[in-house]
Design a protein around this ligand. Structure first.
Ligand code: G4P
Length: 530
């Protein structure tokens, strides 16, 4: 008979997180090594990169191929030392940044990978901004120590400065590049010697509680041993003692050094991760704070993957369980539609396989097959009405007007656009004047994806005309009269988002500034949730 665990035990056993990085820093490699540790895959090379290769940015076959891979790797579940780890994949390509932002709403913590040669790169900054908004706990893994990288102190300074977070090294490299000796773990007081391209998974850890121990000199040589002693003294003097509480509140990021491709420093990272990373946390709805150990199930949709089979318009909605126990074949309340729905073929995700699940617990992700009832941000409950907060849309960077090229297919175009927007492919704004439709995206690639999918899935043909817009700003005011006066005076520039929220379409930064100065009672927001 299977042991029955209490909900508290199920929760305590789970860690749900994402890995973020600038493309090429080593996210895929680290993911693979983590899965190897968890026994979820047997050989290296089994995790397909979800990267859209740099050369193939407008190649549809490539995009379609990637769509397939990205479902397979969307959520990777594995067990390590009795902990159930759910790793949520985030697309590396910057054009899909919005997807990544949303996935970050479904995790409880992140591991940030930084390439020691390149340091903090632009994509890292953007992703961390999103983590900082939510005070998501972050562990930093500085990768590729087998290369001649930047000075570790410089890297740490750069992280603090550019990513606006304090750091605390919990391991320290002994040299790098050709002379890389290994790392000293300040977390476990052990020396881990570097052996390039090792096949074994487990790091050889030599316990060194006192750095004066001559074993250190024997292992790495007197000069490196001396340097390490100095470094550790300096680190302990300069950086505050590591506080788990500060980490959990998103104020301090512990830092590890290693080389993912060489399987080096990964075990140490993972061991610390399962010790300190948060268990599934409480979540806010519009009405209250929901605790994971409440007996009633609740969860929200953070990602939709559509049209796995073009003949059947089915989609998989990814639901993060927030509280209670999810049971297959049970009716759940769809808060937005205010109706009960049964999902009989829910799937769980284990590494690259999908399997039917009978139950799931807070922190788990279930995949629900859906024919169009669900969209991103939707909440499911056992009857309660409040929706979960925290899946905002961000102002897009690129805007284009949709021009219908086939009047016979107007309905299909509308439907296709709406469904693609439900999936979160892009955002749609409809001008109050003339009902012109504008699609906003983070990257240029989406326009091609939309055009292609509208044609192949809905039979609709459209053109995108460039528009010169700087930002879409959601507007609000405590003074209803002022708001309506503003809308009247700027009518030509007012649109509604898909939810019907008012949006001011600002043409330039300077103009937006001027409008903001002139209408002090109006608030301009760059995200849809304020
Ligand atoms: P990403 O998902 O963050 O985009 O990065 P990915 O893991 O694909 O890694 C990007 C490149 O960096 C890969 O090389 C990978 O092998 C390499 N890499 C990862 N970790 C390390 C490391 O610790 N040291 C060194 N030297 N390289 C590392 P590639 O040439 O693009 O691909 P591949 O042919 O090696 O697979």
């Amino acid at each position: 008979m299977q042991d029955c665990m209490s909900i508290e035990q199920e929760i305590a056993k789970r860690r749900t997180f994402g890995i973020i990085s600038h493309p090429d820093a080593g996210k895929t490699t680290l993911t693979e090594k983590l899965l190897l540790f968890g026994g979820a895959i047997k050989t290296a090379g089994a995790v397909k990169s979800n990267k859209i290769t740099k050369h193939a940015t407008s190649d549809f076959m490539e995009i379609e191929r990637q769509r397939g891979i990205s479902v397979a790797t969307s959520v990777m579940g594995f067990e390590y030392k009795d902990i159930k780890i759910n790793l949520l994949d985030t697309p590396g390509h910057q054009d899909f940044a919005e997807d990544t932002y949303r996935t970050l709403t479904a995790v409880d913590s992140v591991i940030l990978v930084i390439d020691c040669v390149k340091g903090v790169e632009i994509q890292t900054e953007k992703l961390m901004e999103v983590c900082r908004m939510r005070n998501t706990p972050v562990i930093v893994f500085i990768n590729k120590l087998d290369r001649e990288g930047r000075d570790p102190y410089d890297l740490l300074d750069e992280i603090e400065e550019k990513l606006n977070i304090n750091v605390r090294p919990l391991s320290w490299p002994i040299s790098m590049g050709k002379t890389f000796k290994g790392v000293y773990s300040l977390y476990s007081n052990s020396l881990i010697l570097f052996q390039p391209s090792r096949r074994e998974l487990l790091d050889d850890m030599i316990q060194i509680n006192d750095l004066k121990d001559p074993v250190l000199d024997q292992q790495v040589g007197t000069n490196y041993a001396r340097q390490l002693r100095e470094d550790v003294e300096l680190i302990n003097g300069v950086y505050p003692e590591f506080s788990e509480k500060d980490y959990l509140e998103g104020r301090i990021a512990p830092v590890f050094f290693g080389s993912a491709v060489n399987n080096f420093g990964v075990q140490e990272l993972l061991d610390c991760f399962i010790d300190i990373a948060p268990i599934p946390r409480q979540r806010e709805t519009e009405e209250r704070v929901v605790q994971p150990d409440e007996s009633n199930f609740s969860g929200f949709v953070f990602k939709i993957h559509a049209n796995m089979d073009p003949k059947h318009r089915n989609r998989i909605a990814f639901v993060r369980v927030c509280s209670g126990r999810f049971e297959r074949s049970k009716n759940y309340h769809h808060v937005r539609l205010s109706k009960n729905i049964r999902f009989s073929n829910a799937t769980a995700f284990m590494a690259q396989d999908k399997e039917i699940v009978d139950e799931a617990w807070p922190g788990d992700i279930v995949g629900l097959y859906d024919t169009g009832n669900l969209k991103i941000g939707d909440t499911l409950t056992e009857g309660e009405k409040g929706s979960f907060k925290g899946i905002p849309s961000f102002s897009p960077e690129l805007f284009k007007e949709v021009v219908n090229l086939d009047a016979m297919k107007t309905k299909q175009l509308e439907k296709g656009l709406m469904q693609l927007m439900d999936e979160g492919v892009a955002q749609l704004f409809t001008y109050e004047m003339g009902a012109r439709k504008v699609v906003g995206t983070v990257g240029a690639l989406q326009f091609e994806v939309i055009q292609h999918r509208l044609k192949s899935e809905y039979g609709a043909t459209c053109r995108f005309d460039s528009l010169n817009l700087y930002k879409a700003c959601w507007i609000s005011s405590t003074d209803k009269k002022e708001l309506s006066a503003f809308v009247d005076s700027k009518y030509r520039h007012i649109a509604r988002d898909k939810e019907g929220k008012l949006v001011f379409m600002a043409e330039t930064k300077a103009w937006l500034q001027m409008v903001q100065d002139n209408f002090k009672s109006i608030k301009f927001h760059f995200t849809s949730e304020f």
